[in-house]
Design a protein around this ligand. Structure first.
Ligand code: KG4
Ligand code: ZN
Length: 334
């Protein structure tokens, strides 16, 4: 088969990103324009502001990416776009750009689910082998996805309430750390000791997760210390919280590997950048003798590279759309 160059566009939250990937595995060029500094002052992403920035950035990011790759649109074989899930106003900006390019240059338009993108960030590292367990951990998702082949997704479990990244960000806010707090808690967790007693959520027979109880426990603990006039030991709290959050993921991953004959575990999404989780997954997979793949940090947070990579395998699976494609703020991975 002839080489295939896919241009991927991602705009589901606060990153505007365009990337060109060859054959779903080789990054040619990527541009990411992050809005973190804009949203930081509000303590989280403000949807209306995010869409306005996407409008301002999208053509600049696209031009910069083509320039960096030293390519023209004529050399691109297809356009992959995150159609959802995400912030609807943000998604629509990327979608309109993708549809316009597909229309003008007469290229196939490939709809990509944002989580499929996070999963396929791993194909930029090494080939996926099956049966595979994708541990999807991000600001909006906490899911275990079983894949028996390329682009076959079977969700076997997920969070019953908050996503793990959301929980990290809320806990961070409680102890006075800036948005996004996940990486800051991770850093603090390396410096403290596990001295606070926190409940390990949902130790049951399912593949599901729950993080709202853990979040509430941290909030209550912090209020109680405050009322007693005592200062919370932030590093210790971060260490104790991270230990429980990571353990609640790895215990379910262990169960899935043992019960489902998994050969390859991949970790996907923003929280895949977490040092505690990376170390725990490393030792778990070594102990059970399965292959582990975790993308480097640059592929963990939102980017167009993962969308272009997923787009290639989606295309091979026949997932091409016409120009009636619409954005969806929510959609199950299938
Ligand atoms: O995948 P992502 O970029 O956006 C979504 O699709 O949600 O994930 C962002 C989330 C945020 O909640 C952020 O705090 C969290 O990933 N995150 C981390 C770390 N790096 C990013 N959480 C814990 N430890 C980290 N090192
Ligand atoms: Zn994401």
């Amino acid at each position: 088969m002839k080489d295939m160059y896919i241009l991927g566009i991602e705009s589901s939250c606060d990153e505007t990103s365009v990337s060109i990937v060859k054959n779903g595995t080789e990054e040619i060029a990527t541009i990411i324009s992050s809005q973190i500094d804009v949203h930081k002052q509000y303590g989280g992403v403000v949807p209306e502001i995010a869409s306005r920035h996407h409008v301002k950035n999208i053509t600049i990011v696209l031009e910069e990416c083509l320039e960096k790759a030293n390519m023209t649109m004529d050399q691109i074989d297809a356009i992959a776009i995150t159609y959802g899930p995400g912030l609807i106003g943000s998604l629509l900006i990327g979608l309109e750009a993708a549809k316009t390019l597909a229309f003008i240059y007469n290229k196939p338009l490939i709809p990509v689910h944002h989580i499929a993108g996070h999963i396929y960030a791993n194909s930029l590292v090494k080939p996926l082998t099956f049966p595979l367990l994708a541990v999807v951990v991000s600001g909006g998702h906490t899911e275990l996805v079983l894949m028996k082949d390329h682009y076959q997704f079977e969700k076997i479990g997920g969070t019953l309430d908050d996503a793990i990244g959301e929980c990290y960000d809320k806990v961070a806010r409680v102890i006075g750390l800036e948005y996004p707090g996940g990486p800051k808690i991770d850093k603090l967790a390396q410096e403290g000791n596990d001295t606070y007693k926190l409940p390990i959520p949902l130790q049951d027979d399912s593949y599901n997760f729950s993080f709202s109880g853990l979040k509430s426990a941290v909030i209550n603990l912090s209020h109680n210390e405050e009322q007693r006039g005592e200062e919370i030991r932030k590093a210790d709290l971060a260490t104790s919280f991270q230990k429980v959050a990571v353990e609640s993921i790895t215990s379910k991953v262990r169960k899935a590997i043992q019960e489902l004959g998994i050969k390859n575990v991949i970790v996907a999404g923003g929280v895949a950048a977490n040092n505690g989780l990376r170390t725990a997954m490393q030792s778990l997979t070594e102990e059970l003798g399965v292959e582990l793949s975790i993308p480097p940090m640059k592929y963990c947070t939102d980017n167009g590279t993962m969308i272009a990579a997923a787009g290639y395998f989606a295309y091979l699976n026949g997932r091409v759309s016409d120009l009636n494609l619409n954005s969806k703020s929510q959609d199950t991975l299938k």
